[in-house]
Ligand binder design. Structure first.
Ligand SMILES: C[S@@+](CC[C@H](N)C(=O)[O-])C[C@H]1O[C@@H](n2cnc3c(N)ncnc32)[C@H](O)[C@@H]1O
Length: 163
């Protein structure tokens, strides 16, 4: 199936409902907890409008980062978000292709992006990620995967009930 993310409609539709993804903030919280505050140089794959990067920068204001995406609409949105931040480099790149030369990173993150790639490309990308990680570096991927049963899928989609 063709990747629809290059179309403005698809990107804008996602941005409008991004907060409605079930348990999203729980997942983002777990990812934030796993990225060490000491991280110096970070890569965000499929950055979208830079939402995850912005969350990471709250506690890591001096973080140097590279934000990668291929959707013109998302690239415009992330450029706007970080217009005044020289520490963020925005790079247009299609993740179907091998990662370009960007140097090494001690942190690599991604959220809800890598599942758009073919399985064979995911596997190759994980290898490329490993190769650009500094020794001891951290790769954190926030993703949704298929639930093993329909019942668990329904449970996942139900809002959390707080006492
Ligand atoms: C569901 S959005 C997630 C955006 C952001 N990471 C977030 O959490 O809000 C998926 C993102 O992956 C990007 N993406 C999908 N396929 C891609 C590809 N082949 N190369 C680069 N980016 C891609 C889309 O343009 C989009 O910004």
């Amino acid at each position: 199936m063709a990747n629809q993310w290059a179309t403005a409609n698809h990107a804008l539709d996602y941005l409008a409902r991004a907060d409605q993804i079930p348990h999203r903030t729980d997942g983002e919280g777990v990812l934030l907890a796993h990225v060490p505050p000491s991280t110096r140089r970070l890569l965000d794959l499929g950055t979208g409008d830079g939402r995850l990067l912005a969350l990471l920068k709250i506690d890591r204001p001096d973080l140097e980062s590279v934000a990668v995406d291929f959707s013109p609409t998302m690239l415009e949105a992330v450029q706007q978000r970080f217009a005044d931040d020289p520490q963020v480099t925005i790079l247009e790149h299609n993740l179907d292709d091998p990662l370009p030369q960007m140097g090494k990173f001690d942190g690599i993150v991604s959220s809800f992006a890598i599942h758009h790639l073919a399985d064979s490309r995911k596997r190759a990308l994980y290898q490329e990620i490993f190769e650009v990680l500094e020794p001891g570096g951290m790769f954190c991927n926030l993703e949704h995967v298929a639930s093993p049963t329909e019942k668990l899928h329904e449970q996942f989609c139900r809002p959390l009930v707080t006492p």
